[in-house]
Design a binder for this molecule. Structure first.
Ligand code: PEP
Length: 249
């Protein structure tokens, strides 16, 4: 399998076509140009993981979030070990909706990253700037800070890490970054990985783009973005669009 990914983030939604029809739709495509991951809401993880396996699909399941705590009196939280038990093999960490709507800061993101690695989940660390940071010309510094503060000893044991560059102003807004803009930030992400992270990740970490990706706007990102795949929200809820994105990668 290549070190390329297509990740579906359903957020707090279900596919309008229904979960079974969706799984039939994505499982019908046998295409190994990218590793596919479906991240449904927590209660659907087991069903999606089993449904994909029953259909013989080489598609993994991921969580959208995890607790940094191992166990105990943390009402409403779900541990990384529980996610693994439910079939998740990946987890998003530090998605911008978690950072902005649920006040997750870089220190918490770092603890979640360690917890995920400890439970053998592949972390998909989301980084990216808001419009204010972009307009002030501080994108590279902002993303470098996010990567620097995510570092912990756990990274030494991580077989695999995925980084998703998701400019906040592009998420769910219909505005997406151009390939050239993305390539610029991806270059600085790789530079920061080299400065702050175990050096193997400069080459080994897959760096994805996310932000209003659809089958109709990925050509420029594929050609110019210098990325290893996509993290897709809205368009990933439709199996036909998800398959079309894969087909154009
Ligand atoms: C996301 O949720 O990570 C995302 C990129 O959403 P959307 O594709 O809807 O912008």
């Amino acid at each position: 399998m290549p070190n390329r990914y297509l990740i579906a983030n359903w957020k707090m939604n279900l596919p309008p076509e229904g979960v079974d029809a969706y799984l039939d739709g994505v499982a019908a495509v046998r295409d190994d140009r990218a590793r596919r991951v479906i991240a449904p809401p927590f209660p659907y993880l087991t069903g999606v993981a089993r449904g994909l396996s029953k259909r013989g699909a080489d598609i993994a399941t991921g969580a959208q979030n995890c607790s940094e705590q191992e166990k105990g009196a943390f009402t409403g939280e779900v541990s990384t070990a529980m996610l693994h038990d439910c079939g998740a093999r990946f987890t998003l960490i530090g998605h911008s909706e978690r950072r902005t709507l649920f006040a997750e800061n870089d220190a918490l993101v770092a603890r979640k990253l360690s917890a995920a690695i400890g439970s053998r989940l592949v972390p998909v660390l989301c980084v990216g700037e808001d419009l204010r940071v972009r307009e002030a010309g501080h994108v590279q510094r902002h993303v470098a800070d996010q990567l620097k503060t995510a570092v912990s000893d756990a990274l030494d044991d991580a077989p695999e890490i995925v980084v998703a560059y998701e400019p906040i102003w592009a998420i769910g807004t219909g505005r997406n970054a151009t390939g050239a803009m993305v390539a610029d930030v991806v270059g600085s992400i790789r530079e920061s990985l080299g400065r702050f992270w175990p050096s193997r990740f400069v080459k080994d970490a897959a760096v994805l783009y996310g932000g209003s990706v659809t089958p109709d706007n990925i050509a420029d990102l594929v050609a110019e973005g210098d990325i290893d795949g996509f993290l897709v929200g809205g368009a990933s809820l439709d199996s036909v669009k998800f398959n079309a994105i894969l087909n154009r990668m």
